[in-house]
Design a protein around this ligand. Structure first.
Ligand SMILES: [Fe+2]
Ligand SMILES: [Fe+2]
Length: 214
């Protein structure tokens, strides 16, 4: 899916992956707050550290998904995502090193824990919910990276270019996870995606003193 040069438009909160004909757009029901970008400008070091952990966790999550029997046949695809996320992690660590920012403890993400606590137990239920949570995390990354690519252009052109370079990859990860869930159960995925978008909309507007990427 990569390489068609069709990243998501910054002006909307829709996530439109590279294959819109095969996948309905992920319609977020709430926007990232307008002051988020202003907060980023004052916390660039924390944002990079948070980003490093986001990529690290994305890599380990892709490997964790391989444990579900329903996804055994997707091991190669999930490995490819894990490798890509590790490459992103390495790139962020490189940028941090260049700026003298030490790698340290991850900040708690109330948004992710808020999403994950709605995951159900059960054979197909759990894997579908897990894949939808992963898709939302990738989708919000895609959206926030676009905001950063635009918002950092003037004062941080290197970072702006870096974020622009990641948008398509995260959009593709979003699409891949959602397609995997739909392959297991189309109707259930549609219904649960709607539920999780409600949860996301409640969580994303909660005030947070630091501008988390996830
Ligand atoms: Fe990534
Ligand atoms: Fe990703």
């Amino acid at each position: 899916m990569a390489g068609d040069g069709n990243p998501c438009p910054l002006s909307t909160v829709d996530i439109c992956p590279a294959s819109p004909n095969t996948l309905p757009m992920l319609m977020f029901k709430a926007k990232v707050s307008d002051d988020w970008m202003d907060m980023v400008r004052n916390h660039v070091s924390q944002v990079l550290l948070d980003h490093a952990h986001l990529e690290r966790k994305a890599a380990t999550t892709a490997l964790t998904l391989e444990r579900y029997p329903q996804l055994h046949k997707k091991a190669l695809e999930l490995n490819a995502i894990a490798i890509e996320e590790l490459q992103h992690f390495e790139q962020v660590l490189g940028l941090m090193e260049k700026r003298g920012i030490p790698f340290g403890q991850a900040a708690h993400s109330p948004w992710i824990s808020g999403l994950m606590k709605h995951m159900r137990k059960g054979r197909d239920k759990q894997v579908i919910d897990h894949l939808i949570c992963c898709a939302l995390i990738e989708g919000r990354s895609c959206e926030k990276f676009q905001i950063l690519a635009e918002g950092l252009k003037q004062e941080e052109p290197e970072l702006a270019d870096f974020y622009a370079s990641l948008v398509e990859s995260e959009g593709n990860h979003y699409a891949t996870y959602l397609l995997m869930a739909r392959e297991i159960d189309e109707d259930e995925t549609r219904s649960r995606l709607d539920d999780f978008l409600d949860v996301d909309a409640e969580l994303i507007v909660q005030p947070n003193p630091t501008p988390m990427l996830h």
